[in-house]
Design a protein around this ligand. Structure first.
Ligand code: SF4
Length: 320
């Protein structure tokens, strides 16, 4: 792996056996990430982005592929080694209400990873750390004995963030962390996550269905469609020069706050191809406005078109 890469994922696959055949949830994705950077993984629900996030953390076991974290081949770690490694690799979930135990108070939720890993010898030390984490994420200490249902969505997500930071991780997978929140609260949580990244040197994978959320948040973006990365590049390249028809359609759906804008929305019509034992050809062909006969016969490779910018589409291959 390159010395500069903090995280390197190579040809990661996660398949699930179903009664109808093999579901290719994640089908050979590769990317790398430098320390302190954010990669946005974007795509519709069912594209495999959350499964990819969990497979990278080995919360579910990958079917194939390699994952190097700070130079360590984490797929080679045994259970105990992986448990220790998870101090460094955490996850924030989408719905802070369902991911927090309603029977536990704020302090009990945040201290849980500290207790499980026996980080502090006394209750006093643990409570001090809980309060420190609450300060860090902007939760008033007077809320320490409240319960999740007594708090609004933004505060609940702050609890989830505080809990994910308890063990001082370097890397966090953020799985749709603002999707369940009102727009005004979304901005507050995104700002908080940015501040924490700068303060603690965190590296993020930010998973979202909403491309507009990662615009000011990610350094690089990978667009996923049915288990594959169909385009990846710097955020600037993806927004200013999208190459793949799917990325172009996603971008066209972002509202522009300008009444003079003439941007037209590209409608994606047609049936989604089944991810179960997928047929040969481009997986986007059944919905692609630019598809031709060849698209249904051969799968396009991810081709680099410029430094760090690549896309998987026969139209781009033919331009190369
Ligand atoms: Fe569309 Fe064909 Fe490109 Fe696939 S390969 S995105 S179907 S033009």
């Amino acid at each position: 792996m390159s010395e500069n890469n903090f995280l390197e994922v190579r040809d990661l696959k996660k398949y699930f056996q179903t009664s109808r055949g093999m579901l290719h949830a994640v089908d050979g994705i590769s990317f790398s990430l430098k320390k302190g950077e954010t990669l946005g993984i974007v795509g519709e629900s069912g594209c495999g982005k959350s499964t990819a996030g969990r497979a990278i953390l080995r919360l579910i076991e990958p079917t194939e592929g390699q994952i190097y974290f700070d130079g360590i081949d984490i797929r080679a770690l045994n259970k105990e080694e992986m448990r220790k490694m998870r101090h460094n690799m955490q996850i924030i979930f989408q719905d802070p209400f369902s991911s927090l135990d309603p029977r536990k108070s704020v302090s009990q939720i945040i201290e849980e990873p500290l207790k499980i890993n026996r980080i502090y010898a006394t209750n006093r030390e643990r409570l001090d750390r809980v309060k420190e984490l609450m300060d860090l994420v902007g939760l008033a200490q007077r809320l320490v004995n409240t319960y999740p249902h007594e708090l609004d969505g933004g505060r609940r997500q702050r609890i989830g963030i505080a809990r994910s930071l308890a063990l001082n991780p370097q890397f966090i997978v953020c799985d749709e962390p603002v999707s369940a929140l009102d727009v005004s609260i979304q901005a507050q949580i995104l700002n908080l996550m940015k501040e924490l990244q700068a303060k603690l040197g965190l590296t993020y994978i930010f998973i979202t269905h909403d491309l507009s959320v990662v615009n000011h948040f990610s350094d690089t973006i990978a667009v996923m469609y049915l288990g594959k990365i169909v385009e990846k590049g710097s955020t600037e390249d993806i927004f200013s020069h999208p190459l793949h028809p799917y990325t172009q359609a996603l971008l066209s759906a972002i509202p522009i706050p300008d009444i003079h804008s003439r941007q037209e929305r590209i409608a994606i019509k047609g049936e989604i191809t089944s991810p179960i034992d997928p047929k040969p050809g481009c997986r986007f062909a059944s919905r692609c406005p630019k598809a031709n006969d060849y698209c249904g016969r051969a799968e396009p490779a991810l081709v680099e078109t410029g430094p760090g910018h690549s896309a998987a589409c026969h139209l781009i291959e033919s331009i190369q």
